[in-house]
Design a protein around this ligand. Sequence first.
Ligand code: NAG
Ligand code: NAG
Ligand code: NAG
Ligand code: NAG
Ligand code: NAG
Ligand code: NAG
Ligand code: NAG
Ligand code: NAG
Ligand code: NAG
Ligand code: NAG
Ligand code: NAG
Length: 792
Amino acid sequence: MDNPIHTRFTLPCLGLRAAAAVLLLLLLLSPAAITPVASHNDHGEHKNYLVIVRSRYEYDKNVHKNVSSWHASLLSSVCDTAKEVLEADPTAISRLIYSYRTVVNGFAARMTPEELDKMSKMEWFDRALPEQTFHLLTTRTPHMLGLMGGRRHGGLWNTSNMGEGVIIGILDDGIYAGHPSFDGAGMQPPPAKWKGRCDFNKTVCNNKLIGARSYFESAKWKWKGLRDPVLPIAEGQHGTHTSSTAAGAFVPNASVFGNGLGTAAGMAPRAHIAFYQVCYEDKGCDRDDILAAVDDAIGDGVDILSLSLGHEDAIDFSDDPVSLAGYTAILNGVFICAAAGNTGPSPSTLVNEAPWLLTVGASTTDRRFLASVKLGDNVQIDGESLNDPNTTMGDLVPLVRDVSDGLCVNGNVLKAQNVSGKIIICEAGGDVSTAKAKMLKGIGVVGMIVVTPELFGPVIIPRPHAIPTVQVSNAAGQKIKAYIHKARGPTATFVFKGAAFNTPRSPMVAPFSSRGPNRRSRGILKPDIIGPGVNIIAGVPSIEDVDLLRNAEVPRFDIKSGTSMAAPHLSGIAALIKHAHPTWSPAVIKSALMTTAEPNDNLRKPIQDVNGRPANLVAIGAGHVNPKKAMDPGLVYNMTAMGYVPYLCGLNYTDDKVSTIIYPEPPVSCAKLSRLEQDDLNYPSITVILNQPPFTAKANRSVTNVGAASSTYTVEVNVPASVTVEVNPPKLTFKALEEVLNYSVTIKSANGQALTGPVEGELKWLSGKYVVRSPILVTNESGPSPAETRKP
Ligand SMILES: *[C@@H]1O[C@H](CO)[C@@H](O)[C@H](O)[C@H]1NC(C)=O
Ligand SMILES: *[C@@H]1O[C@H](CO)[C@@H](O)[C@H](O)[C@H]1NC(C)=O
Ligand SMILES: *[C@@H]1O[C@H](CO)[C@@H](O)[C@H](O)[C@H]1NC(C)=O
Ligand SMILES: *[C@@H]1O[C@H](CO)[C@@H](O)[C@H](O)[C@H]1NC(C)=O
Ligand SMILES: *[C@@H]1O[C@H](CO)[C@@H](O)[C@H](O)[C@H]1NC(C)=O
Ligand SMILES: *[C@@H]1O[C@H](CO)[C@@H](O)[C@H](O)[C@H]1NC(C)=O
Ligand SMILES: *[C@@H]1O[C@H](CO)[C@@H](O)[C@H](O)[C@H]1NC(C)=O
Ligand SMILES: *[C@@H]1O[C@H](CO)[C@@H](O)[C@H](O)[C@H]1NC(C)=O
Ligand SMILES: *[C@@H]1O[C@H](CO)[C@@H](O)[C@H](O)[C@H]1NC(C)=O
Ligand SMILES: *[C@@H]1O[C@H](CO)[C@@H](O)[C@H](O)[C@H]1NC(C)=O
Ligand SMILES: *[C@@H]1O[C@H](CO)[C@@H](O)[C@H](O)[C@H]1NC(C)=O
């Protein structure tokens, strides 16, 4: 990064345009330096920082024209020349990258270490965070996700609710506006409150895609070659998929290579989409661009925000853009969904953990793309395939394995004379499987069997390939390999059967879906909920990796997998709830989704993990979304945005950090407030920490009646014998809608001793008509201090 030329010459604190001119001049004078410097988009030692201003410093309307001129003055105060330069040339592009209005009290700027040092001594300075990259949460190897649409959730749609008038803001990598999923035909114009824009190519927006803006002012400094402006129109493998999953219009005759789904549609087919490009293919998403996009989205008037992105670490709530932006969202009545991450099944891998977010894990669906491997001994082994079900393979052909590493990536070992005209079995991994298929096609292989890693259990994630391919579970792969081993001349052929909706057990937790416990707040269960995120079919600009199909006619749909795909399902469903109940707060919508979520699968048995055991609460949260029930939950756990303040104080966050999170609410002093324990936050799930004698904990809750005016609920608790649970009162009698009643839950270790591990159960309020369910997690460890400070 550091080029010697810059150590000799530190740019003064002036506008970028002027800086560029100085640099250019220098280059002309010293030709030897041209190559290395020209290869850097970055101007020397200047780096991007998010600067957070201390909470009591606010923009004074009497002194500054607007917030950005205030931020510019703060920035210029660290170097005298800046003022002069700015006065002399007010058009000079300032080193201010973004000036934030609501998401955070601060700005993004480019500075040298010396300037940062100088700035850190300023009275108004709180802290500066170096640039940080976030990532989209689609699984890398086989993209999979997105089908659903009409068939599965069709029961929810009726002529009066398809999300009309609700605006879903999506932050992602781009949107292919020409896709039929974003056709504006039959859509009403956006509601009057909409203030957003269509920045790139105005002709692409319509009554479906009502806004499209691009954020790369920060990203452009670290990633060379971002076009200016970056037009998301023809890009966006990921963003086109997530947007069409949330709110894609009805598209008849959609299919992936003949694996038909009939009419495709998003969860809220009549909701409006406002698209904010913050991520760039193969690079990532810059934190400061994310903050700027949410700042604008909230000002534009979105109702729901969908973020299928996150960092690899669980970041302190006061440093994490999803958390900071999410708080501002709920403060403005905007519901926010965020993906949980794709680094499961290991524990403590979850991201986007703040309690004001709906954190969404991924599950399998009931659809499979059936195909079998028929072996020479007449045994049929089932798997999945995206080949056109009309593909015919014909007679048995020789079946071989890659005798090197089994991955089928080594072209030096795999020779045409050994594999031509044969079917080969390959382990997944080593390379993108589509690239393998291309290589194998080149040496005459006629079919590929891909063996899924053991970690995936029964979950198979098929991809379209250049040659006929059947993907099988690890167990099935072992059977095929055993056959090859013992048969004299092993042979096989494929039978393709197409899409089927008869998965023996579904939903199941996706193997990759990130798991809790919550690393930043052990007393709040995360994820909150799971939704479809495996082998999801939705719109894409083109099918990736399959060259020969690039020119296939639109509409194009593809299969992707990830918590990235689950989050927009929940965003779309939230839009339907918002349409049905326009006055419901983000906390009420979240409560409705969680207390009606389904803990059981299609066999009415507990949802399984891929290891065949019942999934833990840290994998599924409240369970699998049930959109129909979420419309009418009976009771809800409501919260105001400011209701999180005593909780943050209880986590021992400093006043400055709490104030950073809740900005633009005025700064608070925790000393003057009552602190709330995590277990007393009015959350729709119940978590208590029993880590010290007397191993007793109490959790308070308030429920609001949104069901029947006059109704009585009685409590039912199911927990293992190692704990006892007492609910007081055990009966709640409501006389009116909107009435709020309180109850408390006392949880004890049954033998008065320390627990030997986490204990899971549930609490249900039953009225005859309604079941209002909260999972109960009793954990024996408090985890690291949530307010632990990372020094920037
Ligand atoms: C803020 O004021 C400056 C200086 O007058 C002006 O150049 C800039 O456009 C204003 N910004 C906004 C967002 O209004
Ligand atoms: C449609 O849904 C709304 C809200 O969920 C409900 O009030 C209405 O009765 C439904 N209409 C029909 C025809 O099912
Ligand atoms: C804007 O989009 C339309 C439709 O996609 C296209 O025909 C036109 O060339 C685009 N204009 C620009 C300036 O990119
Ligand atoms: C969908 O396919 C059916 C049967 O192949 C055809 O009759 C119909 O016209 C198609 N619809 C559209 C909109 O292409
Ligand atoms: C597959 O074959 C059936 C029956 O011949 C035909 O109706 C269908 O359209 C074919 N599907 C594709 C995708 O070609
Ligand atoms: C490939 O075939 C050649 C000739 O048919 C044979 O000598 C060689 O052992 C084979 N290699 C492998 C790896 O099977
Ligand atoms: C939830 O709380 C907010 C803020 O106090 C209130 O405006 C709203 O009416 C409440 N929602 C319900 C369903 O009671
Ligand atoms: C906050 O600090 C107090 C006092 O040091 C401590 O007892 C408590 O456990 C801390 N809370 C959390 C959630 O770490
Ligand atoms: C919890 O509820 C009890 C009454 O049930 C009350 O005495 C106590 O103060 C409450 N605690 C909190 C933190 O609200
Ligand atoms: C219920 O709890 C809330 C918050 O803890 C409290 O403000 C309210 O006074 C309680 N209501 C009753 C009836 O106890
Ligand atoms: C909590 O339970 C785990 C087993 O899940 C055990 O390893 C750990 O020591 C326990 N911690 C405490 C503080 O008892």
